[in-house]
Every structure is written in structure tokens, then in C-alpha cells.
Design a protein around this ligand. Structure first.
Ligand SMILES: [Zn+2]
Length: 210
């Protein structure tokens, strides 16, 4: 997922951001990875469900390292494996929540919890995607998410998020299920997002579509 679109918050509001500097998770060693070009809407790898990971090996560690490097280079807050052309259920994230807490990590074979309808509060905010470069659209999503899966060594993990981070967890899990956020928009908003993308040259290397 892309960084938040810059919004003009009132200065008082900006000062209220709580818990600055708190980090949940471990920052990766980015000296080991390399940038991989990013796939964009239309590339088949983005439009079908990715394969379950069964081998927690060095190849997976190398993929995760490359994904972190790629996400940082593109100023993203989340990246799924099919966004670097790899058909595997893996995503990485380094994303703030609405309390200013930074969440960093990797989830392999993620599954989103179904929320109790009573718990489900929708938040309509701006969303963007590194695979739809330059485009943003408002999209309503639950403001809370729980993802269950494994870490890169195969140990079980449960990751919970609120606000912008909840959005990120849902966005990245959608990717691995073969959906982009623009697939959740109205026809008109989707068209507008694709127009925004067509008008802009990405700031990072992408994989050309045939
Ligand atoms: Zn995305």
C-alpha cells in the first residue's frame, strides 16, 4: 500500500498524535536485500490468488529481504509478493496506525478474521497502491483488522491493527487473494483511479505489461 496522501490537518490535530516513536515488531536488515521492479494493474500475477507457502527456507528469507528493500525504495507502507511478480502468500509492512505507533513485520499465508458485525466500524479514508502508481481513492473499510498467519520461519503470528494499519492489513491480504483496492471501488471511481495512474510516471521501476 502507498503512503497516506498528504492531508492538510489542522496544526492542533497534528500535535495530538500519540505515542511517537513506539515500534511494534522488528525492523529488518535491509543491507541484505535488493530492489525488484513492481508489477502494475493488468499483470496476471496480481489478479489471481497466490500459492500457499510451504517451505520456510533461505529462498523465502531472500524474498522477504528484497520485499522490504523494494517497499522502502517505493515509499510504501506494505507490499505483497505478487507485487514483485512472485506467486506466494507473503506480505511485508512498515506502517503507522492512527495512534502514531509504527508496526513492522512479515506475514506468510495470512488469513483475515471475520469481524463480528457489532465490532465492524467502517472508516472511509484515502487509499493508494504501489501497483496503481499515483492514484488515490476514498474507500470504506473496517477500522480494525486481525490477520493470522506465520512468520518467515514458520512460527504462528497474529497481527492486530487499527486505523491506517488495519487498512494496510486488509489491503495486503486482498493482494494475495488476487484483488486490488480499485476492485472494491465503484466503476466510476475505478476509472478515475486508472486515469490518475495514466497521467503520472511512477517514481520507481515497474514491470511493463505486455
Ligand atoms: Zn497494493
Amino acid at each position: 500500500m502507498s503512503e497516506q496522501q498528504v492531508e492538510t490537518a489542522a496544526p492542533e490535530e497534528a500535535e495530538e498524535e500519540a505515542a511517537p516513536g513506539r515500534v511494534v515488531g522488528e525492523a529488518p536488515d535491509t543491507s541484505k536485500g535488493a530492489f525488484r521492479p513492481i508489477t502494475v494493474v493488468g499483470n496476471p500475477v496480481l489478479h489471481h490468488a497466490c500459492a500457499t507457502v510451504t517451505a520456510f527456507d533461505e529462498e523465502l528469507s531472500a524474498l522477504v529481504a528484497d520485499m522490504f528493500v523494494t517497499m522502502y525504495a517505493a515509499d510504501g507502507v506494505g507490499l505483497a509478493a505478487n507485487q514483485v511478480g512472485v506467486d506466494r502468500r507473503v506480505f511485508v509492512y512498515d506502517c503507522p496506525d492512527d495512534d502514531g505507533v509504527r508496526h513492522v513485520g512479515v506475514v506468510v499465508n495470512p488469513v483475515l478474521d471475520e469481524l463480528d458485525p457489532a465490532q465492524r466500524v467502517l472508516d472511509e479514508s484515502s487509499e493508494g497502491c504501489l501497483s496503481v502508481p499515483g492514484a488515490y481513492a476514498d474507500l470504506a473499510r473496517p477500522d480494525f483488522a486481525v490477520v493470522r498467519g506465520q512468520d518467515q520461519h514458520g512460527a504462528e503470528v497474529v497481527v492486530e491493527g487499527t486505523g491506517f494499519f488495519a487498512r494496510c492489513l486488509q489491503h495486503e491480504t486482498d493482494h494475495l487473494n488476487g484483488s486490488l483496492y480499485i476492485d472494491r471501488l465503484s466503476k466510476r471511481d475505478r476509472k478515475d483511479a486508472l486515469r490518475q495512474m495514466a497521467e503520472l510516471t511512477p517514481r520507481y521501476e515497474t514491470v511493463p505489461n505486455d
